[in-house]
Design a protein around this ligand. Structure first.
Ligand SMILES: NC(=O)c1ccc[n+]([C@@H]2O[C@H](COP(=O)([O-])OP(=O)(O)OC[C@H]3O[C@@H](n4cnc5c(N)ncnc54)[C@H](OP(=O)(O)O)[C@@H]3O)[C@@H](O)[C@H]2O)c1
Length: 322
């Protein structure tokens, strides 16, 4: 079958290991099911994989991709949940110490077919296209959990989203607005700031800029470049929820004194549960909120999407179709 896979890893030149070509059809073991992929979306995770973050040399060649929407073995329209927990694990799958994401240990979604544990599919609402549904399992699920599970935000609360253009960040802005929050966003780029306003942000400022007020929570995926600004933007007792560190994991100043003196909460967040994915799909169905799609490419042109993501030339999600 056709697949987009990592043949080698390079921290300096991640795209050098990217191959578009043929891989053997996957075989579903007992308790697993085969999904025919109709659409899959690209995440920064796929670039990290090519850099060797979370993907080991011994696991190569590895089909990339965490996210997919497609047809199950009975022809039902489904969305794939990318968090694979141990068969013996019960409860929140993201807390299983043995869990992995598709494309780390098990072959990923950028292919004609992907095999997943049978419990890792949820129904796709008919109102969502395959392209829209393919954006949910990583970026949108992560955003949902950051805001409403780990952040505990309620209608009327205020939130800052750092780095407005990203896949997770655009989901955060749209979902925060849908949830009745007051939404602030930053971006380095003026055009992206304008798009963030169109998407639902109440106000935007350039990266590091002063907000008109302190906020209840900051959603942080940028890391080193925005960490200090995130802490400075919080009200006393506020919460920073962090799910990524695109610009680096080692801020120049950790500002421990600010954290304890203002009694700030620093909360980690990773992906989401199957139950949260089903709730997110329902929320989009009911609310009419839809993922922001930067561009749709045929999967056999996926390399152009990887290049755009690596260059930061994206507002929202890049989707591949079969
Ligand atoms: N823990 C999890 O489960 C989980 C799930 C999904 C993603 N993540 C992580 O979250 C991060 C974002 O993922 P994504 O897929 O949304 O990536 P993405 O689409 O590439 O977005 C990255 C965004 O970060 C901002 N940014 C990057 N470098 C910056 C810098 N030096 N200064 C200021 N802003 C900068 C950019 O915003 P502007 O261009 O608008 O300034 C960009 O839009 C990644 O590190 C990813 O690995 C983690």
């Amino acid at each position: 079958m056709f697949a987009v896979y990592a043949a080698s890893l390079s921290s300096d030149d991640p795209l050098s290991g990217l191959v578009l070509g043929e891989r053997p059809d996957p075989v579903a073991e007992s308790g697993w099911t085969t999904v025919q992929v109709k659409a899959a979306s690209l995440n920064h995770h796929d670039l990290w994989s090519l850099r060797g973050v979370g993907l080991r040399e011994e696991a190569l060649p590895m089909i990339l991709g965490c996210d997919a929407a497609g047809l199950d073995e009975d022809g039902n329209e489904v969305v794939v949940h990318a968090v694979v927990s141990d068969p013996s694990w019960t409860g929140d799958e993201t807390l299983d110490p043995r869990r992995s994401l598709l494309s780390e240990r098990h072959q990923g979604t950028f292919a004609d077919k992907v095999v997943v544990p049978s419990r890792n599919v949820v129904p796709k609402p008919a109102s969502l296209s395959f392209e829209e549904a393919a954006c949910l399992p990583t970026a949108w699920l992560t955003a949902y959990r950051m805001l409403y599970t780990q952040g505990g935000l309620k209608p009327g609360d205020s939130v800052l989203v750092q780095g407005a253009g990203g896949g997770v960040a655009t989901a955060l802005i749209a979902l925060a607005r849908a949830g009745g929050l007051r939404v602030f966003a930053t971006s380095r780029d003026e055009a992206k700031r304008a798009k963030a306003l169109e998407l639902g942000a109440h106000e935007v400022v350039e990266s590091g800029g002063k907000l008109p007020q302190k906020v209840d929570a900051v959603m942080e995926t940028v890391g080193k470049a925005t960490w200090s600004h995130s802490l400075r933007s919080l009200r006393p007792g506020g919460t920073v929820v962090i799910s990524g560190a695109t610009s680096g994991p080692d801020p120049d100043r950790t500002e421990l004194n600010r954290i304890f003196f203002l009694q700030l909460r620093v909360v980690g967040s990773t992906m989401g549960t199957r139950t949260e994915l089903a709730a997110l799909a329902e929320l989009l169905d009911v609310s009419g909120v839809r993922p922001v799609i930067d561009r749709v490419l045929p999967m056999d042109g996926a390399d152009a999407g990887f290049t755009a993501l690596a260059e930061g030339d994206v507002f929202g999600k890049i989707v591949f179709t079969r």
